[in-house]
Write a protein that binds this ligand. Sequence first.
Ligand code: ADP
Length: 440
Amino acid sequence: MKLALHWPRTLASRLSLIFLIGLALAQGLSFAAQSYERYQSAKMTMLGNLESDVSTSIAILDRLPAAERPAWLQRLQRRNYGYLLSAGEPGQPLDGEDVPVSMYSIKNALGRDYELAFNNIPGPRQHYQAHLRLADGSPVTIDVRPALMPMSPWLPAVLLGQLLVLILCAWLAVRIAVRPLTRLAQAVDSLDPNTHGVHLDEKGPLEVVHAAKAFNALQARIGAYLKERMQLLAAISHDLQTPITRMKLRAEFMDDSAEKDKLWNDLSEMEHLVREGVAYARSIHGATEASCRIDLDAFLDSLVFDYQDTGQDVELTGKNGALIDTRPHALRRVLVNLVDNALKFSGAARIEVQAQAGDRLSVKVLDRGPGISEEQLAEVLKPFYRVESSRNRDTGGTGLGLAIAQQLAVALGGSLRLSNRQGGGLCAELILVSGNQASL
Ligand code: ADP
């Protein structure tokens, strides 16, 4: 099976991986170098000790009367080697390349005074014996079992501790490096020049301060450009109202004819467009309506009665009893735009009020019309976007109604969400925060 290694997708995991591998490698290398150096110097010391110890021990055994020798063996016994007063075990003569270095030390210590023979003793662990005869001809065997230097029992714990410190430092460093980037990405994500955007904290390391300042300046610049364009739209729309009224007046004096009716209709459409243009511009900037506390049920009742009075099929379901701080004209405008659309597309509208988690309230405007295709749900909230160009032209409109509703919803501290209903029709849901201080 082929193992495919994938480069992790997040910056945090990539940086963590690089840090961890780099630091662990550096740590491993320095540990290996230190261990090697320690091993070398310990080996040299041990071999030096072996040389002097073996020559002293054999000299002692040689000078002792044969009867006293066995009693000394215990004292001359060491961790890796000991002495036997016998010819030892049979084995292969030890020669060639692969001989233990301790053999040379024994040769150095005793080679001048005694004849030595080395035998490899087979077995799972390296084990060899050096045979010699003392001055009185009795055999002595040095039994050697070379062993690796023992490791301190606390060393693995220290290494593990170091690794944990490395992981902790890498995580901390990555967090410090990535957090501002995440905050910047979130701020860019929620960047909406029509709302009061997120102001990034201009604190922290120099690069972060620089990025935060650049983002805040960019946000302010976009806001200023947008404001300028909106003022332009408002000014043009506003100034067009007078000539349109004048033209309507002139059309009024024309003789009745089909041409007059067409001209009148065109002028009415222009007037509507211009009025909506001004309303849209005002929904973003310049509206100065004061916020006040209203009884939402009474407010919605009066709105529904106004429609019913003119014979429109609008009903209200759900009572909430909520008192909310809001801008009533703006709220009315949002709901009127939504209800008008519902009436336009299905001939009937239902308003449904529901309390939601926290201090949020949901006001839904529901209809059983054609709905809006999923891919256009977000688009229709943009100004001048109309679905009619690709379907029925009779429904008329400027494409500003939902854009105005959306702007005003945001200005009221809430939000507007569109979705298609099961069984057909559109659900326009306005989320309000009761007690909210609108920021328009
Ligand atoms: P318009 O003034 O053209 O109605 P809107 O901004 O109110 O502009 O609506 C934008 C588009 O969204 C419209 O072209 C319309 O097709 C669609 N739309 C709005 N409300 C509804 C609805 N209740 N049902 C179906 N389509 C709708």
